[in-house]
Design a protein around this ligand. Structure first.
Ligand code: AMP
Length: 428
C-alpha cells in the first residue's frame, strides 16, 4: 500500500519520500482514509506507531482541497485544526512533524505550537492572522483564549493526542472548557494508549460513530542482541561515552540522543577530545542527512549521533552497537532503536545510560516491553548513591524549594482525583 493510494497529494508524498517514509504504517493505513472520509476516529496507539502522520496528513490534505464554504475562518485568530496534547515536548514535536510533512505545500501554511512555561506574548503574536494547524497544551490554550488571542469557533478538526495522559495529568477541567468553545459541527480524532474509565467517558461524550482502530505493536528483540543498562550520573554521560569509545573496539556505534541540541553538544565535546563523530537530526537539510548516513553506512565515519526523528527506518549493515545516551520517550521506540543492531542474525550490543532522572522511565520501558535488562556500572563512572532532590520531588518524596503549587496545579490535581473516583463527564 502506498501513500498515494491512500488519497494523499503529491505535495505531501514528495515530503514523505524525502523523510524516508516508504510506506504507511498500519495505523496510517487505517486512520488516513477514515479521516479523509470525514469520520470521527478512535485509535488505540502509542508513540512510535506513526500516529502523528496518521492524523496530520489527512488534515493537511483537507487543507489542500478545502472549499471556501467549508473553511469558516474569516476573522483573525481563528484555527482550522486544533491538536491538543498533554506536554510541551509533544507540542513541539508534533508541530515540527507537521511542518516537515507540509514542506512542499503550494501555499504558506501556518502552524504553531503553544504551551506553558514560556512567555505568552510571542505565542499571541504568532496567532495573529490565524493558524492552519495549532498544537496546544490545554492550560496555555485557555490562557490564550482568555486574552482573545485564539478563537475556536471555526475549528474543523479536533485531535486529542495521548488522551489518557492528558486526563492523568489532571487536564479534564480545561478539556471541558475547551470542548464547550468548539463548534458543534466538527471532526474529532482521539488517540490514546490505554482506556481507563475516564478516557472511555470522554470518548462517549466526544465522538460520534467513530471508526475504531486498534493496532498490535510488535516488539521482537532478537535473541543474539545483548542489552545492558549502564548506571551513570547525568552529568557524567559524555565523559563515560568518551571513555567507552576509547576503550571498546567497536567498529561503529550509533548513539541516540533526545534532541538536536544534545546531538551537536556531544559531537562538539567528542571533537575536542579528538574523536570524530557525525550527527543526524531533523534540522539538517536532506542533503546533509543523506551524506551523514552514507558516510556511516560506508564505514567512513565511526560514530553517528542521531535523534529519533531522523533515525527511524535506517538500515545499517553490520552495526555492532547502539547506545542510548538519552532514553527514547516511548517504550516502542526503544525496541525500534535497538533493532538497528543485531540484524539478520548477527551479534549486537545495545547499551542504555540510565541516570537517576531516567531511572523510573527505564523501568517503564522494561515493563512495557516485558524485558528485564541487566544493570552495570563502569569503574570510575559509578552513579552516585544519592538521588538528586528534584528527582525525589518529582516522585513526591521531597518538596521542591521555592516552588509553590499554582492555583491551576491545585485545580488540576483536584480534577484528576475526581476523575479517578467517578465519571465526571456525563453525557452532553
Ligand atoms: P509517532 O508515533 O507519530 O511519534 O512516530 C514515530 C516515528 O515514526 C517518527 O520518528 C516518525 O518520523 C516515524 N514515522 C512515521 N510514519 C512513518 C512511516 N510511514 N515510515 C517511516 N517512518 C515513519
Amino acid at each position: 500500500m502506498s501513500f498515494i493510494s491512500l488519497g494523499l497529494s503529491e505535495y505531501l508524498v514528495t515530503a514523505l519520500t524525502e523523510l524516508g517514509y516508504q510506506q504507511p504504517t498500519p495505523i496510517q493505513q487505517k486512520a488516513i482514509p477514515a479521516t479523509l472520509e470525514g469520520h470521527d476516529v478512535l485509535a488505540a496507539a502509542e508513540t512510535g506507531s506513526g500516529k502523528t502522520a496518521g492524523f496530520s496528513l489527512p488534515i493537511l490534505q483537507r487543507l489542500l482541497t478545502v472549499a471556501p464554504s467549508e473553511d469558516k475562518r474569516k476573522g483573525s485568530n481563528q484555527v482550522f485544526a486544533l491538536v491538543l496534547v498533554p506536554t510541551r515536548e509533544l507540542a513541539v514535536q508534533i508541530e515540527e512533524a507537521v511542518r516537515q510533512y507540509a514542506r512542499h505545500f503550494p501555499r504558506k501554511l501556518k502552524t504553531l505550537a503553544v504551551y506553558g512555561g514560556v512567555a505568552i506574548n510571542p505565542q499571541m503574536q504568532g496567532m495573529r492572522g490565524g493558524c492552519d494547524v495549532l498544537v496546544a497544551t490545554p492550560g496555555r490554550l485557555i490562557d490564550l483564549i482568555e486574552r482573545n488571542a485564539v478563537k475556536l469557533n471555526t475549528v474543523n478538526t479536533l485531535v486529542l493526542d495521548e488522551a489518557d495522559r492528558m486526563l492523568d495529568l489532571g487536564f479534564s477541567d480545561e478539556l471541558r472548557t475547551i470542548l464547550d468553545l468548539l463548534p458543534q459541527q466538527r471532526q474529532n480524532l482521539l488517540f490514546s494508549a490505554t482506556f481507563p474509565q475516564d478516557v472511555r467517558a470522554l470518548i462517549d461524550n466526544l465522538l460520534v460513530n467513530p471508526v475504531e482502530i486498534e493496532i498490535q505493536q510488535e516488539s521482537t528483540i532478537p535473541e543474539q542482541l545483548v542489552q545492558t543498562a549502564i548506571e551513570v550520573d547525568r552529568d557524567s554521560r559524555t565523559a563515560l561515552l568518551k571513555h567507552l569509545l576509547e576503550q571498546e573496539s567497536w567498529t561503529q556505534v550509533l548513539v541516540f540522543v533526545a534532541s538536536k541540541r544534545t546531538a551537536t553538544n556531544v559531537e562538539n565535546k567528542l571533537f575536542k577530545s579528538g574523536i570524530a563523530a557525525e550527527t543526524l537530526h531533523g534540522d539538517m537539510s536532506q542533503l546533509e542527512r543523506n551524506q551523514a548516513l552514507k558516510n556511516f553506512k560506508n564505514g567512513d565515519s565511526r560514530i553517528l549521533i542521531a535523534t529519533d526523528l531522523a533515525a527511524r527506518g535506517i538500515d545499517i549493515p553490520n552495526l555492532p552497537c547502539v547506545l542510548n545516551y538519552d532514553l527514547p520517550r516511548s517504550p516502542a521506540d526503544y525496541v525500534h532503536r535497538i533493532g538497528r543492531t543485531a540484524r539478520a542474525g548477527e551479534e549486537g550490543l545495545a547499551l542504555s545510560f540510565v541516570d537517576h532522572e531516567s531511572d523510573a522511565h527505564f523501568k517503564l520501558i522494561e515493563k512495557r516491553n516485558k524485558i528485564k535488562v541487566i544493570r552495570e556500572s563502569v569503574a570510575g563512572f559509578e552513579r552516585s548513591p544519592e538521588v538528586p532532590q528534584d528527582v525525589l520531588a518529582k516522585k513526591g518524596q521531597a518538596p521542591v524549594k521555592g516552588k509553590r503549587k499554582s492555583k491551576k496545579d491545585k485545580l488540576r490535581e483536584a480534577a484528576a482525583a475526581a476523575a479517578r473516583t467517578q465519571d465526571i463527564w456525563g453525557k452532553k
